[in-house]
Design a protein around this ligand. Structure first.
Ligand SMILES: Nc1ncnc2c1ncn2[C@@H]1O[C@H](COP(=O)(O)OP(=O)(O)O)[C@@H](O)[C@H]1O
Ligand SMILES: [Mg+2]
Length: 232
């Protein structure tokens, strides 16, 4: 399978304005590519730059130099210096992100929070709600909670809502930042199954998995991440 995500020569520094403009180099000349059906696990100690890399791939951080190309609507799109509306279109159709934390949407029922990405892709409200209910039940969110906004849910419940919302649209490329971080074992296994199904259906995945059991269950390849100058 040909890659659908190609990264090369990626450099990212954070400029610390409070420290007189000191630059903290985090990513140096990063290169990787991921094909459909692959799950590339980013491996490295805390602070090595794994989340920075993932956020750069999603367009949350703008790298100083380098290329992030993604297959989008049957063409290659350069994300490293894309216009905001291009980034948004890629996120709507092609690129999903599961972060550790849910950006809580106040006063919207959980089932609608989850259904929204599928609605925006043109599904009917029934289709989107049915699929949302299915994912939420698979992830163990009880029916009585699904009509409530997720704002008051526990960390683990919010994380599962976040995962359901990020997986409902069947994005061809998925970025996962510790998707099981605050889950107990039973819910963790449900999430592993869902992500594995997406991989087997041909999603190209880049993930950070703190838990080595989760990594072993999902990763098809490892990619080491280290701060510039750090010992390997
Ligand atoms: N927005 C930011 N501004 C400044 N420094 C940051 C920012 N985000 C991350 N860093 C720094 O970059 C380094 C890598 O962080 P991170 O990518 O979160 O590591 P990891 O996910 O591998 O634990 C850390 O030293 C962190 O403090
Ligand atoms: Mg991190």
């Amino acid at each position: 399978m040909l890659p659908v995500l190609r990264v090369s020569g990626l450099n990212k520094s954070f400029v610390m304005h409070a420290q007189g403009g000191l630059a903290l180099r985090v990513l140096e000349d990063v290169a990787l590519s991921v094909a459909p059906g692959e799950c590339l696990a980013l491996v490295g100690p805390s602070g090595a730059g794994k989340s920075t890399l993932l956020r750069s791939l999603y367009g949350n951080y703008r790298p100083q130099t380098g290329s992030i190309r993604i297959r989008h609507r049957e063409a290659w799109v350069e994300l490293a210096n894309a216009e905001p509306r291009t980034t948004l279109d890629v996120r709507r159709h092609t690129l999903g992100f599961v972060s550790q934390f849910l950006r809580v949407i106040p006063r919207v029922a959980t089932v609608d929070v989850v259904a929204e990405p599928m609605l925006r892709l043109g599904a009917t409200p029934e289709q989107a709600r049915d699929r949302a209910q299915f994912l939420l039940s698979l992830l163990g969110i009880p029916e009585r909670l699904r009509q409530l906004p997720p704002a008051t849910f526990s960390g683990g419940e919010q994380q599962r809502v976040n995962i359901a919302r990020s997986l409902i649209a069947d994005y061809p490329v998925l970025l996962l930042d510790e998707p099981t971080a605050s889950l107990d074992v039973a819910n963790r296994d449900g999430v592993i199954d869902l992500i594995r199904q997406r991989r087997e259906a041909g999603a190209a995945i880049v993930g950070i998995f703190h838990d080595t059991a989760v990594r072993d269950a999902l990763a098809t390849r490892l990619h080491n991440v280290a701060l510039p100058g750090a010992q390997a």
